[in-house]
Design a binder for this molecule. Structure first.
Ligand code: ZN
Length: 342
């Protein structure tokens, strides 16, 4: 079975403004890297062109009032915040990004492909139910997950968010939902936007214990992530038994990223994908959807996506380092000890 890339040239038309890091060159670098490596036209890789999501699909994850506000901001070209400008075409392109995520979800869940990478812009994980921000307008991952749960009767979804920033929007949307487990590894909120994602934020109501934040200090590297994946991701996913894995992939935890202070190597992205794909093979017929979030160094983006695609096609990435045991692992185990045996 082949793997899918979901991509539209129209994603290049999203231009937040001069000097903005979330720029079209990001996707150009990724696509050129895949073409250079021969993966874009490989026999087992299929490229799919998405349609925009429709309003009812966006409403699965967002308040109608927020969508209406966004429509008004689009007409007036008024920004959501200083980092998140709105132009005439922004609404349409944000709907196309969510549509790309939905398409990746449909392809994987219906069994047409083994796994999919949605190469979409604008990104989504900072968009909450009622608010955009941090370069994000609609939460592509959340819209897609709500969609596949409704249309395909998928019961349990595991989200792994490896963007350097905490996915405050995704956390917000699923905070009280025990059917969607959100796990995020991110640079510590006291040192980076958006300032959320503490270990103590573990979910509420029925969703208590289904929100797992693993904040890491500046300078954290491959060995820290290796330890966290072994000691938290593996037992947590084992016990939750998801029917689908969704990975919010930001490449801004890379050592060369200009916005953050983490130190992942390019091969770490292959290794992280390897963890998820091996779990998915054992648990849920290999169903994994990778969604592009942030990442602002062009070489880190193209090299990181390439390594993830290699793993999607069956290559394995062994650890290149002994795992470390950052203190946060014990904090997370303690905070979740009522719910999980980690
Ligand atoms: Zn980010």
């Amino acid at each position: 079975m082949s793997v899918a890339i979901v991509y539209s040239e129209k994603y290049l038309e999203h231009v937040p403004g001069p000097g903005h890091p979330e720029r079209p060159d990001r996707l150009k670098a990724i696509v050129e890297g895949l073409k250079r490596a021969g993966l874009w036209h490989a026999p087992d890789v299929e490229i799919f062109e998405p349609n925009p999501a429709i309003r009812e699909e966006i409403e699965l994850a967002h308040d109608p009032e927020y969508i209406t506000l966004f429509e008004k901001l689009s007409a007036m070209e008024r920004p959501i915040d200083a980092d998140t400008p709105v132009h005439k075409n922004t609404l349409e392109l944000a709907m196309l990004a969510s549509g790309g995520a939905i398409m990746a979800g449909r392809l994987v869940v219906s069994g047409d492909v083994r796994s999919a990478f949605a190469l979409v812009r604008p990104p989504g994980h900072h968009a909450s139910r009622s608010e955009g921000g941090g370069f994000c307008y609609f939460n592509n991952a959340a819209v897609m997950i709500k969609y596949v749960k409704k249309e395909f009767n998928i019961r349990r979804v595991f989200i792994l968010d490896i963007d350097a920033h905490h996915g405050n929007g995704t956390q917000d949307i699923f905070y009280d939902d025990p059917t969607v487990l959100y796990m995020s590894i991110h640079q510590h909120p006291s040192t980076l936007y958006p300032g959320t994602g503490f270990v103590s934020e573990i979910g509420s109501g029925e969703g208590k214990g289904y929100n797992v934040n693993v904040p890491v200090g500046p300078g954290s590297d491959d060995a820290d992530y290796e330890g966290i994946m072994r000691e938290i991701f593996l037992p947590l996913s084992e016990q939750f038994r998801p029917e689908l894995f969704v990975v919010s992939v930001g490449f801004d935890a890379h050592i060369d990223d200009p916005l953050t202070s983490l130190q992942l190597s390019t091969s770490a992205y292959g290794r992280l994908a390897d963890f998820v794909i091996q779990q998915a093979e054992r648990m849920c017929e290999s169903r994994v959807i990778f969604l592009l979030e942030g990442g602002y160094d062009l070489n880190a983006l193209s090299g990181g996506v390439l390594n993830i695609m290699k793993v999607m096609r069956g290559e394995r990435f062994s650890p290149t380092t002994e795992p470390k045991h950052p203190e946060v692992i014990d904090e997370v185990k303690l905070a979740l000890s009522d719910k999980w045996k980690l």
